[in-house]
Design a protein around this ligand. Structure first.
Ligand code: IVH
Length: 680
């Protein structure tokens, strides 16, 4: 083994680590990956092999540490040096008022400052760092003894395996919540469904299932995330004065904290914050089941102390219950774009988790049989982890007499064509194709939707009228509509008609991936359309590609390849595509995958504070721009990142109050791909 080879390996290892870290942040922080899963796996495998060959070159923070170690037989117990406490709940404004009163009386203060943090619905975990390295992670267990889940927690990509910050304590423990973001949860359930496996009831269960896996490789495949909200063991001389300062400090070391924190004054501040978060909770990408109010000042916290298993200085104000009882008024069957018949329960309107629910999908015939939901039944409805309302179970005791099990219809309820049960598929499909107005309508709505051709003003009712009057036999007909014809339709003014014609005109200049997605080919979603566009480069190439060629595109397997080929083989689809092009649609062809330099920070704005150690501000600005980002001097809600250098100013605090993500230099270098050779 020559020194030369070893040097070469060291360089390649560093390069691979930087690339993988960059892709991790594209995937986990920006939700905008720039390579396929296969390409990512290739990089990771190469790094694993090199590290196996040169174990001495493997660093503590290598991204391979996240892939998942060998399975365990059982979790070892971990005794918590500092107890892991739980929280008291306040279920009403009155109870929150009583909490604030107790706090003020004990502290002998008129008014108290609180830190308001979303109550994340996941699992509490304690993470120990020694010499900057993540050495141990444990669940809460009974508060005194938890389980050692280090190998699993190491797979959580937002949590640094090594903190390379100068001024960190030699040993410290952070506490926080492991959770599964809503989007990841939905994708995981979709994968389970596809594989015929059991789905998770909500993101919390999915997170718990992921964290408590004896095989960390399974955990690694689950989209878990983590936010810090406190500390366990922490040297007294390193502890700041308040909760907000602690979280700020942890964030400046690169530890993830929840961006929705707010420092509030007195009970009024808590109330206002509670209303704000209740309104915002549906837009958040993670489930929260309430808000935690913590006395901000650590000295005050200490004076208040604990009672039983919960601190006197914090309380969880919970959102209203997430389950409710209601009655199934009817079960109807919807017909989707691909003809799939979906049974839907029409419910007597009910509030669940602050939202009114009137419908709940029953998915398919199998699901309806399993739950045996019938018209007239009283059912328990839950918003599954805040995401989709679902019927949990029937209250059989309240079932009206003489009710009958629901049967899926043998004919399409919209066009009367036969409904076919397809062997091996859970769904039943209408065989009517475009003869079926429901499929026809959904096809047009999909074509016009925001992520497809983005034609504003083409709503549900209007599409129905266009089909009824035979103005839209297919999607290409839309481009022959004129303002006079449109203005003659029900509830259509001249101005809206003109706007729609203008929107149709604007939609003609589009991209290849949008156009391919808009065509509504089975199983071709946005990502697949983008892959097709980027890998084949032109509509012609996609239309004429063989199944083998299609399967060479990342993420396209035999089923999708077959659907694409069948779609373009069908003469009617070719005709519509030609008509669309003849109507003036122009697709901008993408740059092929291997051409040019992608811009991974496209549209992201940065603000710097403090001094960077590895480059000047001008250099940093140049690198941000080269990667497609922007640099500003002042912070606003629109800033994506505050980069914290040495001796940062007051911007850190401001970023926290604005909910702007803060990153330290290490993470920044990863983002711009500036450690080692820049190869993205
Ligand atoms: S503080 C001593 N902060 O809620 C204080 N807990 O019901 C201990 N939780 O076990 C917890 N978000 O799993 C705290 N921002 C937050 C939280 C939070 C979620 C969970 C945590 C805890 C449970 C208590």
């Amino acid at each position: 083994m020559t020194d030369h080879l070893r040097e070469q390996a060291a360089r390649r290892i560093e390069q691979l680590q930087n690339q993988i870290n960059l892709h991790n942040s594209r995937y986990y922080q920006f939700d905008d990956p720039i390579i396929s899963d296969q390409e990512y796996d290739r990089l990771l495998r190469e790094l694993e092999e090199l590290e196996r060959e040169y174990p001495e070159l493997k660093t503590a923070d290598s991204p391979t540490g996240r892939v998942g170690a060998e399975p365990l037989k059982a979790f070892a117990p971990v005794r918590h040096d500092v107890l892991m406490l739980s929280l008291d709940n306040a279920l009403s404004d009155n109870e929150l008022h009583a909490f604030d009163k107790r706090v003020r009386e004990r502290l002998d203060l008129e008014e108290v400052e609180y830190v308001a943090e979303p109550k994340l619905d996941g699992l509490a975990v304690s993470v120990l760092y020694e010499s900057g390295i993540l050495v141990r992670a444990a669940t809460r267990g009974d508060g005194q003894t938890g389980e050692n889940v280090t190998a699993n927690v190491r797979t959580i990509r937002s949590l640094p395996l090594q903190i390379r910050h100068k001024n960190i304590p030699e040993r410290f423990e952070i506490r926080g919540e492991v959770f599964m973001p809503k989007e990841g949860f939905l994708a995981l359930n979709a994968r389970c469904q596809k594989k015929g496996e059991k789905q998770f009831a909500n993101p919390r269960n999915a997170a718990a299932g992921g964290l408590r896996q004896l095989d960390p490789r399974i955990t690694a495949s689950r989209p878990l995330n983590f936010y810090c909200y406190g500390h366990g063991f922490f040297p007294a001389d390193g502890l700041p004065e308040s909760q907000q300062q602690l979280l700020q400090l942890l964030a400046s070391w690169g530890l993830p904290i929840c961006p929705e924190l707010e420092v509030v004054r007195a009970l009024q501040g808590c109330f206002a914050n509670f209303i704000r978060l209740q309104e915002k909770r549906d837009q958040l990408d993670y489930v929260i089941d309430g808000v935690v109010y913590k006395v901000a000042d650590f000295k005050q916290q200490e004076r208040l102390g604990f009672v039983a298993r919960a601190p006197r200085w914090a309380i969880a104000r919970k959102f209203p219950a997430e389950e409710a009882l209601t009655v199934v008024e009817a079960i109807s069957v919807q017909v989707g774009r691909t003809g799939a018949l979906t049974p839907v329960a029409r419910l007597r309107a009910v509030q669940v988790g602050g939202v009114i629910v009137t419908n709940s999908t029953l998915h398919n015939a199998g699901e309806i049989r399993r739950k045996d939901v019938r018209s007239g039944d009283t059912v328990v409805v839950r918003r599954a982890g805040d995401v989709i309302p679902e019927i949990v179970r029937v209250v059989v005791d309240r079932r009206p007499p003489h009710s009958e099990p629901f049967e899926m219809p043998a004919k399409c309820p919209v066009c009367g064509s036969d409904a076919d049960e397809i062997p091996g598929e859970a769904v039943i499909r209408c065989s009517g194709g475009l003869v079926c107005p429901a499929q026809h309508k959904e096809t047009i709505k999909h074509f016009a939707s925001r992520k497809a051709m983005d034609i504003e003003g083409l709503g549900d009712k209007l599409v129905s009228q266009l089909i009824e009057r035979q103005f839209a036999r297919n999607v290409a007909d839309l481009y022959s509509l004129d303002a006079d014809t449109l203005a003659g339709l029900d509830r259509m003014g001249r101005k809206s008609a003109q706007n729609l014609v203008a929107a149709l005109e604007t939609s003609k200049a589009t991209t290849l991936s949008r156009f391919v997605y808009a065509l509504g080919i089975r199983d071709v979603g946005e990502v697949t359309a983008q892959n097709l566009a980027e890998n084949l480069g032109s509509l012609d190439a996609i239309m004429n590609a063989s199944e083998e060629r299609l399967m060479a595109v990342p993420d396209i397997g035999p089923v999708v390849a077959r659907h694409v080929r069948l779609f373009f083989e069908q003469a009617s689809n070719r005709t519509v595509t030609d008509e669309l092009l003849a109507a003036g649609i122009r697709c901008q062809n993408p740059r092929l995958r291997h051409e040019g330099t992608p811009q991974p920070l496209r549209g992201k704005t940065f603000v710097l504070t403090g001094t960077l150690l590895s480059m000047t501000r001008d250099e940093a600005a140049r690198k941000i721009k080269a990667a497609g980002g922007k640099i500003n001097s002042s912070l606003s809600k629109k800033t994506d990142y505050l980069v914290i250098g040495a001796d940062p100013g007051s911007k850190t605090e401001k970023a926290l109050s604005l909910g702007v993500k803060t990153i330290h230099e290490e993470e920044f270098l990863n983002l711009i791909g500036s450690k080692g050779e820049n190869t993205f």
